[in-house]
Write a protein that binds this ligand. Structure first.
Ligand code: SF4
Ligand code: SF4
Length: 440
C-alpha cells in the first residue's frame, strides 16, 4: 500500500513503524474472510483491510479521529485472526494498538463512556478492587432486571454495557490464592526455577488455575516463585488505548522480574492467561524506545512462555487415568493468533488420556477479548452464541481453554464445565480433579 507521510512525520518512530506496516499490505482482502466483525456485519469498514485504510488516513492527515473511525476501531476485537491469515505479514496488532492510543489522546468520547472506561481501567488491573467490584456486582444483579432492555444495537449504550457487566459477575468468589512473594519448593530433585504470573482478574475469579500449575510444576521438580511487586501485565489498559498506564505496568514488571533474574535466577516467566502472555512477549517491542528498560524488557519477553510451552518440555508423569473424557479444546485467539500456539495444548491433552475434539470455526473469537464483552456486548453475545453452538456440535464432556477471559465468556453460555488446560494436565498426572461445578 502506497503511503504519503511527510519526512517530518516519519521522524516519529511510531509513524515510521506504521508506515512500514502499511506498506506491507497489498490490499488482497484475504483477511476479511476470517475477521469476526466482517463475518457478522459484512461491512468493509469492519474488516481488517477497511480498518487499515481508516488508520492510514487518520495518521497521514494527522487529524483527530472522527466518530466513524472510532466506531470501527472500537468494534475490532484485537483477536489477530487477520494476522494469521495475511500472506504479507502485516503487523495489524502494532497498527491498531497505535490507532487506539491516538483515539485515546485525541478523541473526546461521550461522558458516560469516558467514565465507564476510567472505571474499567481503575478496577480490572487491581485484584483487591476487582474483588470488591465483583461483590458489588453480585449484590446489584437483582436490580439489573429493573433496567430497561434496550434494542440490540451494534453501537451499544450505557445500560446495555451495565447489564453485560452484571451478567458476567460470578455467583460466588473462591478464597484468594497464595500471596505474592510465596515460593513453592520443587518436590524431589530440583530441575528448574520459574516465575508464575499471578494475573489480576484470574487470581480473583479462578485461583485454582495457578494452583493447578504450581501443583504440576512442583511435582515435576520445578520451583515456582510468585514475584513480589509484580503488577497486572498492562494488557487491559493497553487495549483501552491507555498506553501510559500499560507502559508503566510493563516497566514495573520488567524491574520486578529483573530483580528475580539477577538474584536466584529464572528459567522462564510462565503465564496461564494467554491474553497476558501475548502482551508480555511484546514488552521488548513496547519498551523499545525506553533507554532504561529496553534491554531488560527484551530479556523478559524472551523468557515469557505460555504454561503449555514450558510443560511440553518436561517429562510428564505417565497419565494416571484414561476414561475417555471428551474435551472440546477452545483455542484462545491470543494463543493461536497472538502467540501462534495451536497444536501443542491439544497434543498435551491427547497424550495425557483425553479425547480432544477440534471446535468448528476455531479461528473465530468467542467475543471475550479483554473488556470487549462489556464495551461491545451485542457483538460479543453473537460471537459467544456462535462459539457455544460450535462447541456443542462436538458433544464434549468438558471444554478446555488457556485464557480466563474466554473461560468466563463461554461459561456464561453453556452448562458444560469449562476448565483450564493446565487443570486437566495436572489432574491427568496425579493432581487434584478440577472443580467440575465451578462457574468459571
Ligand atoms: S490479508 Fe494482509 S495484505 Fe491482504 S488486505 Fe489483509 S492485511 Fe492487507
Ligand atoms: S483483530 Fe480480529 S476483529 Fe480486528 S480486524 Fe483483525 S480479525 Fe478483525
Amino acid at each position: 500500500m502506497k503511503t504519503e507521510f511527510s519526512l517530518a512525520q516519519l521522524a516519529d518512530p511510531d509513524i515510521a513503524e506504521a508506515d512500514k506496516i502499511l506498506r506491507a499490505c497489498v490490499h488482497c482482502g484475504f483477511c476479511t474472510a476470517t475477521c469476526p466483525t466482517y463475518v457478522l456485519l459484512g461491512d468493509e469498514l469492519d474488516s481488517p483491510r477497511g480498518r487499515i485504510y481508516l488508520i492510514k488516513e487518520m495518521l497521514e492527515k494527522d487529524q483527530a479521529p472522527t466518530g466513524e473511525v472510532v466506531k470501527h476501531i472500537d468494534r475490532c476485537l484485537s483477536c489477530l485472526a487477520c494476522m494469521t491469515t495475511c500472506p504479507s505479514g502485516v503487523n495489524y496488532m502494532h497498527l491498531v494498538d497505535q490507532a487506539r492510543v491516538r483515539i485515546e489522546q485525541r478523541y473526546r468520547r461521550p461522558l458516560t463512556e469516558r467514565l465507564l472506561r476510567q472505571v474499567l481501567a481503575f478496577v480490572l488491573p487491581d485484584p483487591r478492587r476487582f474483588r470488591i467490584s465483583m461483590w458489588l456486582a453480585r449484590l446489584a444483579r437483582p436490580l439489573g432486571v429493573l433496567l430497561p432492555t434496550p434494542r440490540p444495537q451494534a453501537t451499544p449504550g450505557l445500560i446495555q454495557r451495565i447489564k453485560a457487566m452484571l451478567a458476567l459477575a460470578p455467583n460466588r468468589l473462591p478464597p484468594a490464592g497464595p500471596a505474592a512473594g510465596s515460593v513453592f519448593a520443587a518436590l524431589g530433585k530440583k530441575r528448574g526455577r520459574v516465575a508464575l504470573l499471578q494475573g489480576c482478574a484470574q487470581q480473583v475469579l479462578a485461583p485454582r488455575i495457578n494452583q493447578a500449575a504450581i501443583s504440576l510444576l512442583t511435582r515435576h521438580g520445578i520451583e515456582v516463585v510468585l514475584v513480589r511487586d509484580e503488577q497486572c501485565c498492562g494488557a487491559l489498559t493497553h487495549h483501552l488505548g491507555n498506553d501510559q498506564d500499560a507502559l508503566a505496568r510493563a516497566r514495573a514488571n520488567v524491574a520486578a522480574w529483573g530483580k528475580e533474574m539477577a538474584g536466584e535466577g529464572l528459567d522462564a516467566i510462565l503465564v496461564t492467561t494467554s491474553g497476558c502472555g501475548t502482551v508480555i512477549k511484546d514488552y521488548g517491542y513496547l519498551l523499545r524506545e525506553d533507554r532504561a528498560s529496553a534491554v531488560d524488557a527484551a530479556k523478559v519477553s524472551a523468557l515469557a512462555k505460555d504454561i503449555t510451552e514450558y510443560v511440553a518440555g518436561l517429562e510428564l508423569a505417565p497419565a494416571a487415568r484414561a476414561d475417555d473424557i471428551v474435551v472440546a479444546y477452545h483455542s484462545a485467539c491470543s494463543l493461536q493468533h497472538g502467540q501462534k500456539i495451536t497444536g501443542l495444548p491439544k497434543e498435551l491433552l491427547s497424550k495425557n488420556g483425553f479425547v480432544v475434539k477440534d471446535v468448528p470455526e476455531s479461528h473465530l473469537c468467542c467475543g471475550s477479548a479483554g473488556t470487549y464483552n462489556i464495551l461491545q456486548p451485542e457483538l460479543a453475545g453473537r460471537l459467544r452464541d456462535r462459539k457455544v453452538a460450535n462447541i456443542a456440535s462436538v458433544k464434549p464432556d468438558m471444554i478446555a481453554a488457556g485464557n480466563i477471559g474466554c473461560m468466563v465468556q463461554i461459561a456464561s453460555g453453556t452448562s458444560v464445565p469449562v476448565v483450564h488446560t493446565i487443570e486437566l494436565l495436572d489432574w491427568a498426572t496425579g493432581g487434584a480433579r478440577p472443580e467440575m461445578n465451578a462457574q468459571v
